[in-house]
Ligand binder design. Sequence first.
Ligand code: AMP
Ligand code: ZN
Length: 120
Amino acid sequence: MSHDNCLFCKIAAGEIPSTKVHEDDEFVAFRDIRPAAETHVLIIPRKHIETLSNVTPEDAPMLGRMLVLVSKLADKLGVAYTGGETGFRTVFNTGPGGGQEVYHIHAHLLAGPRPWLRMG
Ligand code: AMP
Ligand code: ZN
């Protein structure tokens, strides 16, 4: 899918509404429209990359910052691992074999009481 008709590029540009929990020059994070868990947020880079199989070594710093943002958002959303039974899951579905539906790279951040509806 090209950048021009990419749903997540349009969400990042504000052309399609979303419930944003974070926005900066490089990333946008918003609530999944069909949450599989009590907390279900998607973190995307503004840069259009189709899948985790399309990244290059040049993307390494961005991917590192993306994971640091996941950690920061988990903290902000109150689901960080702080001991005991706390914590969250981070998932990158990649290609049809990985269950990917939207071809703009994104991390799912999932947390909350089981059962989760999908991806459990
Ligand atoms: P994936 O299967 O990893 O590609 O995940 C795509 C996710 O995007 C799914 O969990 C969808 O529920 C979610 N999604 C699809 N459209 C929207 C939208 N307009 N706003 C927020 N989340 C969406
Ligand atoms: Zn895109």
